[in-house]
Design a protein around this ligand. Structure first.
Ligand SMILES: [Zn+2]
Length: 369
């Protein structure tokens, strides 16, 4: 399964035309190059090659390309799973993302995404009492309360939780022994991430061990001489797999503290899915490991989960083990990838496209022959 839609661009930040699909020195530039037209396209090429070669799968191989993933998947994967399940029913799903080699002393490690956090957006309505802006003393100004709300959300520290997937992933990175131990210790991971010079690892460690709260949009106020009675704050909350809606609500209330009773919490429709997780120990993962190991000798697959949402969750909710993978070359360093997802200068090298195409072909030959 691939998605066909992409996110918007800010063209000024790009070195090349984001919709020019320029091929320069073995690199394809453009929005969607790694999220995820690289996979959607290589899956299509592999499927066609299998078809024209006369390959007969054991069972049914479905190639699925859907829209709307970047807007939540309601009209794409979610629609199909909930309304057309007979058409997409399967035993396993492979979609984005993973398979970018991370160098370690014992060889490249390839992330296989086995799960993701819940995309739980909330709108907080902060209430106040309107009044004349010329007499602010002892008034109930919703904007002043909202400032407190934002500050408390930003400083909130829910308890860390170490998932087995995170522990396995960190151990496979083969970092310094003390650092590894600290990153998988719920009592030390926050302080350790806070002190890390490697900001990318710090953010990853924090997001993979905590439910996060990011206040990202605020609307409110009507006129400069009117004390506002209503401010809306939109909060991007990402719950760790295993955290339910009730627990999330309790965290939010705890974060707000004594201003909680001046805030109404609204849940936008379709924005309450919990996190999801598939087993790392399935025959499909074994097959992916075998095939990736052949295409990139010395590499090893390691389980991980994504902090962003993907269409895989709809299949996981329906009981179908779903994974994010692909196979990339070492030409573009793995540290570049987090910047390219939804960022400027998204690009992919043609060797990675070749490897991903072979990966899908050989996976089918291995698993479905
Ligand atoms: Zn994507």
């Amino acid at each position: 399964m691939g998605h066909t839609d992409v996110v918007p661009v800010s063209p000024d930040g790009w070195q090349r035309d984001p919709f020019g699909a320029e091929l320069v020195d073995g690199i394809v530039w453009g929005r969607g190059a790694i999220d995820m037209l690289n996979l959607t396209a290589t899956m299509a090429v592999a499927t066609r090659r299998l078809r024209t070669s006369g390959f007969r799968p054991r069972g049914t191989l479905i190639y699925l390309a859907v829209a709307d993933e970047e807007a939540g998947g309601e009209y794409g994967a979610q629609y199909l799973v909930e309304r057309q399940m007979d058409a997409v029913k399967c035993d396993y799903v492979v979609t984005e993302s993973g398979g970018v080699p991370i160098p370690t002393p014992s060889g490249p490690k390839l992330r296989l995404s086995v799960g993701e956090k819940g995309v739980n957006w909330r709108r907080l309505i902060v209430h106040g009492t309107p009044g004349h802006g010329s007499r602010p003393f002892r008034t109930d100004n919703a904007l002043v309360t909202a400032a407190l709300v934002v500050q408390r959300l930003a400083e909130y520290r829910p308890k860390a939780r170490i998932l087995d997937t995170w522990r396995r992933y960190v151990e496979e990175l083969e970092l310094d022994r003390d650092l590894t131990a600290a990153l998988i210790d719920p009592d030390r991971v926050w302080e350790t991430a806070f002190g890390l010079d490697d900001l990318a690892l710090a953010r990853e460690a924090h997001a993979c061990t905590h439910t996060t709260f990011s206040p990202n949009v605020a609307h409110g106020g009507t006129k400069v001489n009117v004390i506002p009675d209503r401010i809306e704050i939109e909060v991007d909350i990402r719950a760790l797999p295993g955290i339910g809606a009730d627990e999330l609500h309790a965290m939010l209330t705890e974060a707000l503290g004594d201003v909680a009773d001046r805030v109404t919490i609204e849940t936008p429709p379709n924005r309450r899915p919990p996190g999801s997780m598939s087993s790392f120990d399935t025959p499909l993962v074994d097959a992916l490991s075998r095939v990736a190991g052949r295409l990139m000798p010395g590499s090893r697959i390691v389980p991980s989960f994504t902090t962003g949402g993907t269409d895989a969750r709809f299949f996981r909710f329906a009981g179908v083990p779903s994974y994010g993978f692909g196979l990339h070359s070492r030409r573009i360093p793995h540290t570049e990838y987090p910047k390219m997802f939804h960022g400027h200068d998204e690009r992919v090298d043609t060797e990675s496209l070749r490897l991903s195409t072979l990966l899908w072909q050989e996976l089918c030959s291995d698993f479905l022959a």
